[in-house]
Design a binder for this molecule. Structure first.
Ligand code: IMP
Ligand code: MG
Length: 182
């Protein structure tokens, strides 16, 4: 395995784990969207790496587009503020939209996004999230149809996920050492 970054406490998912997850999701999505008009919408910037892998694991025709929303700022804590920083270029009316996300935490970001996108009258609207954070006794604001894997309530980086715009290029998913952000 690749050498571990010194700011990483432990590796949660290796490149091989990730490959397996993406392959499974790709098969599932390919089956479900046969004969549909699939549009993958990735939420910038964290979902870019997952999007790049997932789209290649799907073997039905598809289009891609991107949105950027801001809810976290540079820190590790949610600001609770969601705003669209970059909107779609595409018209999604009557198309089968699948939102591609890196991590579902409170779900507030996606809840807002889904409401916004459903107003544009897509034929269908679902969510594929690479990670779903489990927090005891908390209900997530939305229910994603496709989930890569569950992760504990720790701050994770790599495979697209950042802390203050760093670590996105790590090919694995790891828990950031708390001293890095405290
Ligand atoms: P939510 O609105 O609470 O679901 O926040 C989702 C967004 O917060 C994600 O798209 C990420 O950008 C960011 N986020 C939440 N948890 C983490 C984490 O552990 N590492 C990096 N980014 C995170
Ligand atoms: Mg994100």
């Amino acid at each position: 395995m690749e050498a571990q970054h010194p700011d990483i406490k432990n590796v949660l998912l290796t490149q091989e784990d990730i490959r397996g997850i993406v392959e499974r999701l790709g098969k599932q999505i390919s089956g479900d969207y046969k004969g549909k008009d699939l549009v993958l919408i990735a939420v910038l910037r964290g979902a870019v790496v997952f999007m790049g892998d997932l789209m290649r694991a799907i073997d039905v025709p598809l289009a891609i587009d991107f949105m950027a929303v801001s809810s976290y700022g540079d820190g590790a804590k949610s600001s609770g503020i969601v705003r669209i920083v970059k909107d779609l270029d595409m018209d999604i009316k009557d198309r089968d939209v699948l939102i591609v996300e890196d991590v579902l935490d409170s779900g507030l970001t996606l809840k807002y996004l889904m409401k916004n996108l459903s107003n544009r009258k897509p034929a269908s609207l679902e969510v594929a999230t690479f990670l779903w954070k489990d927090v005891e006794g908390r209900k997530t604001a939305i229910d994603p149809k496709y989930v890569g894997t569950h992760v504990p309530d720790e701050f994770v980086v790599g495979y697209g996920l950042d802390y203050a715009e760093r670590y996105r290029n790590l090919p694995y998913l790891g828990v950031l050492k708390p001293e890095v952000y405290s």
